[in-house]
Design a protein around this ligand. Structure first.
Ligand code: GRF
Length: 187
């Protein structure tokens, strides 16, 4: 059975959805103290935190990524699914052993609205429909092969936050299912 690791930085509702679908999660990795990390601990999943403390140009992205690679390798991980993991990893993450094996979900219909503020950007652009994209992650941010998308319409009374919450509902329904089929058919 391939071994799955999940990366979290936030509220961890995607991780909860994976647990609810009974995906076998071998390891959870967090870049900061967050609810996602606590959820992993509560469920008895092996987990580790490597804090991303420096948010300036002096952040050593290569070194951080080498560490991520090392801890995944050490645990014999086959697939790394980012689930709201907010540290951009260096290109070396997407080469070698993990080439084509890092997955991500992004709250927009890629290739539209890449980046950390996708829902806000779609909202401000006046889009009436956005959604989520499950994709293979590559060194280019929010790019790579698209595995699935779901559309979520904006309501008249939506705020950025309420729209994002409904997009997250779609992500929670889609991402665990896509990870499962990726592990069964693509490794
Ligand atoms: C999701 O919308 C994901 O696409 C984005 O962050 C959110 C993660 O939510 N990058 P959670 O931490 O799993 O609740």
């Amino acid at each position: 059975m391939p071994r799955l690791a999940v990366g979290v930085s936030g509220t961890g509702t995607l991780l909860e959805a994976m647990i609810a679908r009974k995906l076998e999660i071998s390891f959870v990795f967090a870049d900061r103290q967050c609810r996602g990390y606590d959820i992993a601990r509560e469920h008895g999943i092996a987990c580790l935190m490597l804090p991303h403390l420096v948010f300036t140009a002096s952040f050593d992205r290569d070194q951080y990524t080498r560490y991520v690679n090392y801890v995944l390798d050490e645990r014999d991980i086959d697939v790394f699914a980012m689930a709201g993991f907010m540290t951009v990893l260096a290109p070396l993450m997407f080469e070698g052993r993990y080439r084509g094996r890092v997955l991500n979900t992004h709250p927009s219909l890629l290739p539209k609205f890449k980046g950390a503020h996708a829902v806000r950007d779609a909202f401000n652009a006046g889009e009436q429909v956005s959604g989520c994209t499950i994709h293979v992650a590559t060194e280019e941010l929010d790019s790579g092969e698209i595995l699935a998308q779901a559309r979520v319409a904006r309501r008249d009374d939506d705020t950025v936050e309420s729209w994002h919450e409904r997009i997250k509902v779609a992500e929670r329904a889609l991402y665990p299912r896509i990870i499962e089929s990726f592990m069964l058919t693509r490794l």
